[in-house]
Every structure is written in C-alpha cells, then in structure tokens.
Design a protein. Sequence first.
Lengths: 671, 599
Amino acid sequence: MTHKPVSIFDAKILAPALGDTFRKLDPRLMVKNPVMFVTLVGAAISTVEIFRSPGQTGFVLQIAIWLWFTVLFANFAEAVAEGRGKAQAKALRQTRTQTSANKISDDGKIKIVDADSLRKNDVIVVRAGEIIPADGEIVHGAATVDESAITGESAPVVREAGGDRSAVTGGTRVLSDEIKIRITCNPGEGFLDRMISLVEGASRQKTPNELALTILLAALTIVFLLAVITLKPLGIYSGVNFSNSVLIALLVCLIPTTIGGLLSAIGIAGMDRLLQRNVLAMSGRAVEAAGDVDVLLLDKTGTITLGNRQATAFLPASGVTEQELADAAQLASLADETPEGRSIVVLAKNFGIRAREIHELPGAQFVPFTAQTRMSGVNYEGQQIRKGAATAVKQFVGGTLPKEVESAVENISRSGGTPLVVATQERALGVIHLKDIVKGGLAERFKRFRAMGIRTVMITGDNKLTAAAIAQEAGVDDFLAEAKPEDKLALIRKEQTGGRMVAMIGDGTNDAPALAQADVGVAMNTGTQAAKEAGNMVDLDSNPTKLLEIIEIGKQLLITRGALTTFSIANDVAKYFAIIPAMLMVTFPVIAPLNIMHLHSPDSAILSAVIFNALVIVALIPLALRGVKFRPLGAAQILRRNLLIYGVGGVIVPFAGIKLIDLVVAGLHLA
Amino acid sequence: MNAHQWLELTLYLGALILVTKPLGLYLGRVFDANGKTFLDPIFRPLEKLTYWIFRVDPTKEQGWKQYTFALLIFSLVSLLFTYAILRLQNFLPLNPQNFPALSEHLAFNTAVSFTTNTNWQSYAGESTMSYLSQMVALTIHNFFSAAVGMAVAAALVRGIARHSAQTIGNFWVDLTRITYYLLLPICLVFAIFLVSQGMIQNFKPYTSAKLIEPQTISVQKTDANGKPVLDAKGNPVMENQTLDTQTIVQGAMASQVAIKMLGTNGGGYTNANAAHPFENPTPLSNFLQMLALLSIASALTYHLGRETKNQKHGWSVWSAMFAMCLAGVLFCWWAEARGNPIHQQLGVAIGDGNMEGKEVRFGIFNSALFATVTTDASCGAVNSMHDSFTPLGGLVPLFNIQTGEVIFGGVGAGLYGMLIFVVLTVFIAGLMVGRTPEYLGKKIESYDVKMVLLAFVILAFIILGFTAWASVSDWGKSSLNNQGPHGLSEILYAYTSGAGNNGSAFAGLNANTPMYDTTLGIDMLFGRFGMIIPLLALAGSLARKKIVPASAGTFPVSGFTFVVLLVGTVILVGALTFLPALALGPIVEHFLMLKGNLF
C-alpha cells in the first residue's frame, strides 16, 4: 500500500514552512551549512553596504534583497521537506490502526485495539484465521499455527499453553481454535517517532555521504572566498576599485548555493519517499546504504514464491484413475487448513470432484499432521486415507511403494517440486505434485538489478534440487539451499569480507543476527520484536519485495545529490561570463567582447546573475523533493545520461536564464 | 604551422606513446622491493650496501605516518646540506671563478627550490654557482627530489591497489631503488649522448673570447655599493659601455642537464637554460630533452593501470593528460604563430609570428612545444622566454601550472596531482550513478575527500594569497620591469610556478630580493609538502579499505565519458579558481594588445 505523496503546494505544509523559513535564520543553525552561512554573512554585509553606497543605493539594495532571498529560499526548501515528512508520518500513524488486536481489559471484556498500542503483559485473544500481532506466550488454549512466514516450514505446528510449545511469534497465523496470549514485549512502538525525529531538524545527523559532500562544498566555498577576497588587492594593483557589494555578489554566485541550499531537503525527501511506501528507516545512514547494496538476500518463501506450495497435478498409481486419486486426496485434505491442503481441494475440483464440506461426512475422523507421523488424513467409512511424505507413507502401507509411484516421487523431487503420496491402509493410490509458484514479474525485476550490478541470492530451507529449480525459474543469480539461520549470517559475513554491501529482509527471531549484520536489514512489521530491533528499517506492509523499492530510493537519493552538485558547479561558468566582464568593463572597456551574453549594463549583469542564483534554488525544490528520476541501468549509462542533463545542461541553462533575467531587469529599468 | 612542424609534433607524441608501456613496466619492477631488473648485477650489491650503511631493513614496510616522517626528515636534512654548501661555497673547492657565498635569502630560496623539485632560480647559474655547488648541492637534489616525488606516487598507487593493508611501502627502499635502478643509469646514458651532441662536461675555468665586432650598450650607472645612481629627477643615470670580449661558460653541464630533464627539475646550468647553445646544442638534443621530461610521468600512468589491474584506467588517465597536452601545444603554437598585431603593423617579421624572446634555432614551434610540455610537467626548463610570449601564448604555461601540473606533470608529482582530480571527479560524478563514490573499489569517504581538498585549498591559498600581497606591496611592485596587467601576470606566474614546483618564470620580475626569495621559498615548501602530506594520508586511508569488486553498478573509471569528465574537472576547477586573477592579467592584456597597448 502506498500513500499518496503529500503535495508540496498543500497549504497545511506551506504555512508552517514559511514560519520555519525565518526561524532557521538563526546563525547557530545556519553555521551547520557552511555554504548558506557564508551567504547569510554576505547578505548581512550587503545590507550594511546599502547605507554606505551613495549613488548606488538602489543597486546595492537590490543585491542585498536577493541575497536574503537566496538564504530564505534555501531555508524554505528544508522547511517544506520537513513539513511534508511530518505530514506523511502523521497520516501513516492514522492508517496503521488496521492491524487490530482483541485485548482483554482489566474488567475482563474484550476490546479491539490498535496492535501497535499493545504493551508487555497485555493479554489478547486470537481466533482462527487471525494473525498474532506480537510475540507472546499462550496462557490458555491450544491451536495450530502457520509459522511459515518465519520458519519457512509450510506445515502448521501445534502451540499450547504450558510447556515448551507455548511461545508464539508475532506475524504468525492461527489456523484453528482460539488462544489467549500474554504479550511478552512491546511491539513496534517508537519506530514511527524515531523516524519523525530523523525528519525533523533537531536530532537529524548528517549521513556519511552528506558529510563528505558538505566537506567538498565547504572547500569550494573556501577556494571561492580566496579567489574573491584576493580580487580586491589585485584590483587595487590594476586601478579598479571593486565595491564590497559587487565582490559579495560574485562570491555568492560562485559558491555552490544551489546544492548547499537543497542538500538537507534532498536527504529529508529521501526519508519522505520511504514513508510514502510505508517503510520506516531507523537512520539516514541506512537509506544511503541501500543505494550501495551489492547483494540482495531474498528468502524464497514469500519473496520469490507465493507463500506456499500448490498442488498442480495428480499422478495415480497403476490401476487407479486420476479421479479416484483426486477424490481420496480431497478427502484427506478437507480438514487440512494449510494452503497446500486447500490447493489440493481446489485442484481436485478440476477433476469433477464436487466440493464437500466436513459436516457432510458424518463419522469422519480427521487425523492432523504431527511431526511423528508426518502424515495427515481422515478415517471415513472404514477407510484410513492418508497423505504425506513418501517415506512416511511407505511405512504406513507396509514398506513398499509401487514402482511407478516411486519413480513419480523421484521425478517430482528432481524438478524441484514436493511429492505427497496419497494412500489407504491397503495401498498407495498415487502422488500429488506440489509446486512452488514463483511470483510474476520477478525475473524481469532481477534482470534490472543485474543491469545495476546487484546480485540476487535466494535463501531457502529446501534441498539443493528444489532450490536450483526455483532459482532458475525466478531468475536469481545464486541460491543458498538447506539454509539454517546461522548459514545466512555466515553468508552475509562472507560477502562483507569481500567488500560487498548486503541487504536482506527478514522477520523471524532467527533472522535477528543476520538482520543486524546486514548493511541494510529490513524487518517486516509482522515479524518478531527481536527482528525489528535488529534491522535498520521496518516495512509496515510486511511485503518482502519492498526491498527492491528501498534500494531504488537509496540510489535515487544519491543520484539527486550528485546531479545537483554537478549542476551547481557547472553553473559557475556562465556566472563568470556575466560578472567578470561587468566588473572590469568600467576600467577596461576593451574587454567588451567577453560579454558574450550582451548583457544590458554592468549593474544589470551582476544583478541578473544574483537573481538567477536565487531563483534556481526555488526552481529546483520540486526536483530535490521528488528526486531525480531513477532508471535501472548500468552505471556507465546512468552517468552519461545525468552528465548530459545536469553537467552540460548546467553549463547552458544559466546562460539562457541570466540573459532572460537581464532583459527583464533592463526592461523594468531596475539597473 | 607548416607540414614539417606537424610532422615533428606527430613524431614527438608518437615517441611519448611508444616509451610509455616499456618504461611503465620497468617502473613496476623498480617500485617493487623484490623486483628483478637487468641492472641487478651492478646495482644490487650497491643497494644492499646502502641499506647496511644506513641500517635500513628493506623487508619492513611503513605505515603512512612513518613513511611521511621519513620523507620529511630526509627532505629537511638534504635541504640543510644544500643551504650549507651554498653559504660556504667560497671556502669549498671547485670554484675556479671564485664566486662568493650566496646571501641568506638566496641560499634559502635556492635550497628550498631544489629540494622541492621546483628549481626556481633567482640567480644566474653561470655567474653565481661554483662547480661544486652545481654538481653537489644542486644536482644531488635533482636526483633526490625526483626520487621523492616518484616514491610518493608509488606509495599512493600501492594504497589504491592494496586491500585492507596497514602499510604503503618503505620510503628508504623506494628512494634507493628509484635512484639506483632508474635515474642513475638513464642519466648516465643520456649525459653521454648529450656530450655527443656538443654539450660541455669539464672543470675548466671560464674562457674568454675576443669579439669580432665590439658592442656598445647603454647600462644603468651604479655606485660603489652596486646601487643605481639617480639624477635630480630620480631617473636612473645611463652610461655607455663598450664590450669587446665575451666570457664563455664551462663546467660539468651534461651530467646536470640529463637529470634536469629526466627528473623534471628544470634548473638551468646557465641563466639562459635550454636556450643556451651549450645547454641545448642541436635539434636532436632539444627533441630528446623534451621527450625525457614527459616520459617518466607518462609511464607512471601505465604503472597505475598495471598495479590496480585496470590497464584501461591507466590509459584513460593517460588520455586525459594527452588531450590537455595536445590542446595546450596547439593553442600556444597558434597564439605565437599568429604573433603580435602591433609588430606586424610596424612591418616587423610579418608572417614569422612572435619571435621576441625566442631562439632563432628553435623558432615558434619548438619554443611553443617546449614551453607547453615544460609547464605540463613540473620541469620549468625553458628554451625561450615565456615572459615575451603573446598574452594568450603565455596564458598556456601559466594555466598549465595552475591546473596543478597534472598534464603528465612532474615525475611522481604529476600522477599524484592527477589522482587528486580523479578522486574529486569520482566523488562528484560518482554520486550520480547512485552509489557511494568508489575509486577502483575503494569507497571515497569524508576523510579522503578532506585530504584531497586540503591539498587543493593549500595550493589555491598560497598562489592567490602571495600574488595579492605582492601586487599591493612596495617590495612586490618594485621588482617589476613591466607595468600594467603584464606586471601582474609576472607576479602571478612567479607564485604559481613556485607553488606548482615548476620553476619557470616570466623573467621580467627580479625575484632575488629578500621578500621575494623568502615568500617564494615558503610558496614552494607549501606547494610541495602541503600536497605530499595529505596525499600520503590519503594513501594510508585507501590502503586500509577493502576493495569492493567491480560490477555493472560501479562508476566507470575508464572510457570516453570518464576521460571527458576528468579533463572537464581539471579545467573547470582550475579555471573557476584562477579566472578572476587571470582576467586582470593575461586576459585583459590580450584585449589591450588588440587595441594597440603593450606592456
């Protein structure tokens, strides 16, 4: 589920943002951003210069005004990004009530509450078909629980009060019965709050990449400060007296105000985009790291395949018709609430077996799956019908299976499927082919990741044969079969030692160490508390394919920063061509040919450059908030493309922009 | 710009390409402490003896701090050594002309100048330096400063190539091996070749020759203290002087010139440098001197590619350098061939271009080519007077140095300077591919960015700062022979040349004054070590990092896009920093010249 992004032109955001714009003028806040701080100081000096420039008052006044605007525009960009993030978070908080829980209040009544509001020691009731909202302990009752989301085991397990099997995990589904659970830990509380604080100014810290970029921008600012300050004595030597306001105008135009003004807005907007997709990031660093990921670890179940296996064929033993087999299979599966069981019932319908309800079979005795028997089925009309793993059924029928059944079992295994043998107490009737269903569109998506240089690795508890077959069908680059949780951790470590960055998504307590080790660890909201604490992001939708979007957002964030930095620096070429001739024209009229834009007058040239410099920030706010469009291409192609748009474009656009502004300035007789 | 000259340009660039790979391969063996070379039978015992004398354990590598410390100590000691000889040369042997000791400031300036591979010369060699000073005090630095530069480059390349390593090599081993296996043998052969071309190599006192036509010249009258005598209005009094003899310089020239070019030192034996008929006797010696001064820098790019197992990257860096070099040569040649419109209006040398300050033997093309490559590299040897170039022609050498001398550049210094720009390019543009910027698998983080930019800011600071100071001070302006924008260009050129460790000059400036000698000395020191220290820190930081294996998502550091990007960054960063200063110097001067004003 994706929220509609909050429009930046929403009055609810704009009004408080305007207030923040001025509040951010506080020099103690401004000093964190060296580029804008220098601009602020420049604006202040220019303001003083207004009163010290007789005969030039109008011109200096305009320069000062536009310098103030430059600072305010940058503040405004940041304020809007913050406002949007907060609005997004608020909206999210309201919609999150969907996951509800039946809490037993102190007076013993059941109250429906927001799952996220549950606290330790609360007692809740969970009925068949509901998801257990958080980790807990069963205090009353017993139930079959589908823990496939966490363990990958598709067979349901029995959980009951008292003893070893009383613990239940958040995100698992109760299949039968009703249980009372005492919550053992506080669920996802605070994640949202933490995210909001990342968006807001106070506790926001610069990410490593942002820090490096700030150093670059600060160094460029120092260099331009040097170039401009030394211009004063060089001018004295040459007999030109450069006024302070002109020098400041030149300085502000040269220092990278465009990226300097938009840098924090870009970072906040990255967080906003995650929020729009219902992902909470625990740190800005994590978002950035997402762009750097080299290897994606994807659990097979839920991510690559639709949660569970489905029956796709009945392969009868000799002397048994498909119909008979389908009929027996359906009977054996009627009480089987697992997705596999239901898929058998559905498939049987295709063979003309009408759907039967349990209550239509008086006297039927259902035999649930247990770890000992590894079979389930029904005792009906004197028949014991069972389905289960080949080895279990083999024992059940007396030690041997017909040859054709054996070979069917072998073939199915080899093709990556799971064979279930159906039998009565007398003989094996045939085999059900259970198959993993790979989600649509994944192969295409993995191909795009490959183009971006990201390797996908499928993790599964299946045997190698099965794993290989599914890996091939899904189009992943590699797979890890028969994986235990510690294998996952070892794989992450191995990749990291090789210098690669690893991302994974997980939900179980088992996943916690791996989630903590991964550079980007996304925990599902339905997952256990331990998993959520270990990861650095939480996906509120618990959608495993979300990882792919997270990576795209991370990349988009970095690309936007790089593109605007390039644009900002490239802009300086045109500004030099506007300002330098204007500064020298009075003393050295011979350099007129350098005024290639044919700007109206020296004053209008300088003013136009300053105005362009301020307006370009406003013009780029939408881009900074939206992010540069991301295309899943190789680095070389992305580079060429962005270089053309933001590098070459960055050289050309200001020539046109400054000329245009100069026409307006001259037309209005402003300078 | 005729066919013959185009042919020579093609020959020159072709020879540069040919020498790059074999020399690059050889460099790899020299930089490898266990590398085998065909010179092992001769130099291996000498190398071992050197380690034994100085108690160096060649198997023990150093971290970047130890490496830097060793380098600084070595530079300081050798600087003091040279300073002492220059101050005491009147007491030392091999001084047949009985030259006096150098003044404190000149000795400081000269010792710094040679230690930093700058070879800025505030003096005229043939009338200042004894043979001992030339051969020992100065030439020793021609070897060592070149070896130090290469050692830094070798250490930086190791830092880039290594995976999770703590060390970047051993400074003493690098210094020893570069000197023994690379510089000494090549210089030996090269010096003998130069002698074959007519270059002198002797210890004779200067000889005197009787002029066939005595010349009368007008010179400033000086009093007993050497101060100019002024008339009542304060103008210098001129007097006529008749010259009927010429002093002909002698000395051990070939041995010094070989390393001067190969080590991109550039400090001339004579004041006229490579324009002097002894110091550059034939077209062939001119050709090979130009080739020598770029060959090691060119080969180092091959070494970079080989060590990092990305030869395409090496050639891409080379291509970026080559493209800028070619553009500079063509622009300078064009500007000089076009000449000075005012000369042409006066009917002087129509069609010859701007021959002022150029040797007739070399002409426009060889002067423009030499001027461009000597400033591409941090050599600074000259075969023409850069000061007399047209404003735009002179802009090329000036801007070449202002880019940081990365167009091939000095031996070692060119490569490590270029790597600053490579890291900068990778950082700015690398973000645009949506990953934390990586350079050959090394993530570029804030520490690395800080070091790279520190080197860059220091360079801008000293060039612009000193120029601005000198241009408004009496001490700065009183040394100028030319006023107006050209005078500013001379000052800017001096500090640019010092900071860039180039050593060439717009020679209209009299730099042998206490203030110029001292400020230029500081300029050179910061230009050298203000760059080396951050870069060795970068080498240490890169060495410690893991190497991220390349994938389709990795920023490409080879190919056409990268070359264009790198050239763009070098030119843009250089232009953005220095354009305001250049505008008041050569650019204004150019437009004034077109209107008929000369300075």
